[in-house]
Ligand binder design. Structure first.
Ligand code: SAM
Length: 216
């Protein structure tokens, strides 16, 4: 047990895990101070809600480490007006971070039970700019394309062509790309006729399972 309040745990997370590792965007830090991460984790993990590592959320899936959520979000360079696609809703925590920083969030999840639970948590938290759908997100969500930003929170075996096709010119896509046991967090930026790519750091994510992902 801990004697710290959740608010103190959030402040510690920001001061000890995010700022020292270089997260500096005031809007990203504000979102991390505000969002009640403990509401997105299973009750058995409440005391670890703000800890410096991923946590299980059921169905063999995880809520990512706070720093990785912050790093991926910051790398999208959001200004508040963006239409964003998130692939891999999971607990809905990253979705909440995006909803604080973008204009409209479309989030897709392949496991119905996770999508239901995340939708409930996000509604109860008051977010009105999020739509969640159960589908194979490796193919994106064509109806609402193009997106100003796309974030993939599960590992892709190679360049995510379908998703890049749904990105607007000037848009950014961040995704873990690589093998099953380790990937490179990769940022793509789309221009009128070209797409450039930058690898940010190594990471380990659960697999993106789908037509343009991994087989089950
Ligand atoms: N961002 C989440 C959070 O904050 O809790 C963590 C996401 S978890 C690391 C990855 C998620 O991607 C899992 O919930 C998994 O079910 C989902 N996923 C895997 N393949 C998918 C696919 N093809 N389409 C949509 N979601 C997928």
């Amino acid at each position: 047990m801990t004697n710290q309040s959740y608010e103190e745990m959030r402040e510690n997370m920001v001061k000890k895990q995010l700022i020292p590792r270089g997260i500096s965007s005031p809007t990203v830090l504000k979102a991390f101070r505000r969002i009640e991460r403990h509401k997105f984790v299973p009750t058995g993990s409440l005391n670890s809600s703000y800890a410096d590592h991923p946590l299980p959320i059921g169905e063999g899936q995880t809520i990512s480490q706070p720093y990785i959520v912050a790093l991926m979000t910051e790398s999208l360079g959001l200004t508040g007006s963006e239409k964003i696609l998130e692939v891999g809703t999971g607990s809905g925590y990253q979705t909440a971070v995006l909803a604080e920083l973008g204009s409209k969030i479309y989030s897709v999840e392949r496991v119905p039970a996770l999508a239901d639970r995340a939708g409930k948590t996000l509604r109860e938290s008051g977010y009105k700019n999020i739509e969640i759908d159960v589908r194979d997100g490796s193919l994106g969500w064509d109806e609402h394309a193009p997106y100003d930003a796309i974030i993939v929170t599960a590992s892709c075996p190679g360049r995510p062509e379908a998703l890049l096709g749904q990105l607007s010119s000037g848009g950014r896509l961040i995704a873990p790309i690589g093998g099953a046991f380790g990937q490179a967090l990769t940022l793509y930026r789309k221009h009128d006729k070209t797409i450039d790519k930058r690898e940010i750091c190594g990471c380990v994510f659960v697999p993106l399972i789908g037509k343009e992902g991994w087989e089950r």
